[in-house]
Design a protein around this ligand. Structure first.
Ligand code: UTP
Length: 286
């Protein structure tokens, strides 16, 4: 079965970047000249996703607005002959078909995904977290096609960061393709079964919904997505890819800055000037 839909949970509070995220959603903070979420939607669309389901909250109207028409602005740009700007304004709404569902309280990632149940229906879907750029869906889709189970993206994490992630215990089935045996959310270094962390990209089979429905709140009183995936893993229905490519996490002040620098350096127009600027800063600090 082809994966057509992606759920993008964006209803969290973004407490790690306060006060920047007091009224501006974390997922709309800009990286160079686009909001973070537009990079993520583009990543999904490039992998073949046609429908984007945002899980939003009452304070996050701006997210839906960014992916909708803005007639007044479009007319003004058109009248002034600003073609490049007009194309940039129109691009977000042209990327895919969008819909939004509400999560009335931030009760955890598992709960956010459960809120999208009706919109997803009875088909496998992708989940992309709104605060990281990890372009690994194409490989995950290949693994899904072969094994028809949920698929995680796993990356090797330094020991000192293990307690910030869900960590997987795995059995290698093919080079870089694993069957997931166990998952532990944010373990201590001693408890961690490996150094393979779960990235914010998932392919999920729809039997996750009844599992989520009976998943009790775990760590921090939140319904943990990891707990539901663990049940699939115990049924032999969860695989993972070992992802070694780039992963940019903008969900902390340092991550926001480093992600901006990475994307700025890759930008064809401002990259060379930014490189010179950074060289100058480094020299002045010496
Ligand atoms: P995070 O835990 O990284 O985001 O969740 P957060 O809760 O917004 O940020 P902090 O930890 O307080 O700084 C990853 C993604 O899942 C969404 C978030 O919006 C984010 O994009 N999320 C999280 C929800 O949609 N609902 C939730 O209840 C929790």
């Amino acid at each position: 079965m082809r994966i057509r839909k992606a759920v993008l949970p964006v209803a969290g509070l973004g407490t790690r970047i306060l006060p920047a995220t007091k009224v501006v959603p974390k997922e709309l903070l800009p990286l160079v000249d686009k909001p973070t979420l537009q990079y993520i939607v583009e990543e999904a669309v490039e992998a073949g996703i046609e429908e984007i389901i945002f899980v939003t909250s009452h304070s996050k109207h701006a997210i839906e607005d960014h992916f909708d028409r803005f007639s007044e602005l479009e007319q003004t740009l058109e009248r002034k002959g600003k073609k490049k700007e007009l194309a940039a304004v129109r691009r977000p709404q042209e990327l895919a078909k969008f819909m939004a569902v509400r999560q009335s309280e931030p009760l955890g990632l598992g709960h956010a995904i459960l809120c999208a149940r009706e919109a997803v229906g009875d088909e496998p879907f992708a989940v992309l977290l709104g605060d990281e750029i990890t372009p690994c869906l194409p490989k995950m889709l290949e693994v899904f096609e072969k094994y028809q189970t949920s698929v995680l993206a796993l990356f090797q994490t330094p020991r000192e960061q293990i307690s910030s992630y869900g960590i997987a215990s795995v059995e290698e089935k093919e080079p870089y393709i694993y069957q997931v045996k166990d998952l532990v959310e944010k373990p201590s270094i001693e408890e961690a079964p490996s150094d393979l962390a779960v990235a914010g990209r998932y392919i999920v089979t729809p039997d996750i919904f009844p599992i989520l429905e009976r998943t009790k709140p775990g760590r921090g009183g939140e319904i943990q997505f990891t707990d539901a995936l663990l049940e699939q893993a115990h049924q032999g229905k969860c695989y993972g890819i070992h992802y070694t490519g780039s992963r940019l996490d903008m969900g902390t002040p340092l991550g926001l800055l480093t992600t901006s620098i990475e994307l700025g350096l890759q930008h064809p127009e401002i990259g060379p000037a930014l490189r010179e600027y950074i060289k100058g800063v480094v020299q002045r600090q010496r």
